[in-house]
Write a protein that binds this ligand. Structure first.
Ligand code: GLY
Ligand code: MN
Ligand code: MN
Length: 441
């Protein structure tokens, strides 16, 4: 059965948000409808905060939360019904439909925002709104705030500050509910099935795009929305480009293949990377580097424990990678200094992971203030994805040796999705093999 977020859960999320709002009014906007070319649009993808709070999946919409308002606490502005347009672009809920189906206290046509927004702002102490990329909406919100400020001396009340809305909703999104976890598990399962298929399919002579097609057909065929992000299928030295998405090269005998791909399912995202030999056999150099990355990943996963500060699992991965590169003579000197001065960065330039959920790089702070890292707690989901990348033209850090030719052109990353539980790390993507013995044939 397809897990579904119930209307009761959406209501509970809004209640939590409103409990934090106090006397404030919060405004959340839908995502823009992106254009592919001329009059052809991309498939619409709702803004994740907006979707988390409403479940409503149309563009041109605004959600307002005003817990202090006497009559309406949850207000939606939406596209009105328009039978002529709906014939072309699909059914809209419209003003009446959205109110009954999504539980708002009232709904208005989006064209009436200027008329109705002021009554939800005038008694608020603050406006909670994220100044985003929609310049026109930013200007509209600022204009309304300005009007309220102008009226303040005579009224004696009105919003005195505009503050970021993210702290209201991102801590909620960071800890997943049972239903969210069911959706995430499905996204991870489909991602894992696709990776297993790609491993079977890959061989010398096939093209990267053919491997991509094998992955993505599974995402869609099994009911996913499609790729969670542009699939990375990178053979040989292409793996040293972190976001390589051209995927147009042939797979060469003797090279590794790095695949970073995940399925979006019910708006939740899987994010898996595997790296394996195209001909079924690691070269000595590939094997040596692979073992370091795998050991780093295992050490990092072991640190995904409730109560640990967020940075610990990254530090664990860096420690193993630096040890490994020092053993090979690719880094020289004092280990603590190499780490402190980030001299490993030409080989490992990204962090070891990120929150995962409705966004692939999901909402949630990594730090609580300048000094304090977020502490892991059950229900959070993150990726663990260390790597070593030795670009053909790698430039070592100052004072470090040149990298001998035999190591160049190898890029390796291993990425799993991990749920923090009270019992330790729960690896949601463990179905995809990563042990050397399971990758060779
Ligand atoms: N695929 C994007 C990432 O791993 O962060
Ligand atoms: Mn990834
Ligand atoms: Mn990732």
């Amino acid at each position: 059965m397809h897990p579904v977020v119930s209307s009761a859960e959406y209501r509970q999320r809004r209640d939590r948000l409103m409990a934090k709002l106090g006397q404030g009014t919060a405004i959340f906007a839908s995502a823009p409808q992106a254009v592919m070319h001329n009059d052809v649009e991309y498939v619409f993808r709702q803004d994740s905060d907006f979707y988390y709070l409403t479940g409503f999946n149309e563009p041109e919409a605004i959600a307002v939360f005003a817990p202090h308002h006497e009559e309406h606490q949850f207000i939606l502005f939406v596209q009105p019904k328009d039978p002529a347009k709906e014939t072309w672009t699909g059914i809209r809920y419209g003003v009446e439909g959205v109110q009954s189906s999504f539980g708002s206290d009232i709904a208005y046509p989006i064209g009436e925002l200027d008329e109705h927004l002021p009554k939800y702002l005038e008694k608020a102490d603050k406006i909670h709104y994220h100044l985003g990329r929609d310049e026109a909406l930013n200007q509209t919100i600022l204009k309304h705030w300005q009007k309220q400020l102008a009226a303040y001396p005579r009224q004696g009340y009105g919003p005195q500050a505009l503050v970021n809305s993210h702290p209201l909703v991102h801590p909620l999104r960071q800890v997943k509910s049972e239903t969210e976890l069911a959706l995430l598990r499905r996204a991870c399962d489909l991602s894992a099935i696709a990776h297993q298929r790609a491993m079977e399919f890959a061989r010398p002579g096939h093209y990267e795009y053919q491997v991509q097609a094998e992955l993505e057909i599974i995402f869609r065929r099994e009911g996913g929305l499609g790729p969670a992000y542009p699939s990375i299928v990178a053979a040989g030295k292409n793996a040293c480009i972190l976001h390589y998405i051209n995927n147009d090269c042939p797979l060469q005998d003797g090279d590794l293949l790095l695949i970073d791909a995940g399925c979006a399912y019910g708006y939740y995202n899987g994010d898996i990377t595997r790296t394996f030999p195209i001909n079924g056999k690691f070269s000595p150099e590939q094997r040596t580097l692979y073992e370091i990355v795998l050991t780093a990943q295992e050490a990092a996963i072991a640190k995904v424990q409730a109560g640990n500060p967020y940075h610990e699992y990254h530090d664990a991965a860096v420690s193993v990678i630096v040890d490994g590169l020092m053993d090979l003579g690719l880094l020289v000197g004092n280990k603590e200094e190499i780490i402190k001065e980030e001299k490993y960065k030409p080989f490992y330039m990204h962090r070891t992971g990120h929150w995962l959920g409705l966004d692939v790089h999901d909402a949630g702070n990594y730090k609580q203030d300048k000094e304090t890292w977020t502490v892991l707690e059950p229900g959070q989901v993150l990726t663990v994805e260390p790597g070593i990348y030795i670009a053909p033209d790698i430039k070592p850090a100052e004072g470090q040796p040149e990298v001998p030719e035999q190591w160049r052109g190898i890029g390796i990353r291993i990425e799993d999705d991990v749920l923090v539980t009270a019992q330790g790390p729960d690896v949601l993507t463990s179905a995809v093999p990563k042990a050397i013995a399971d990758l060779e044939h």
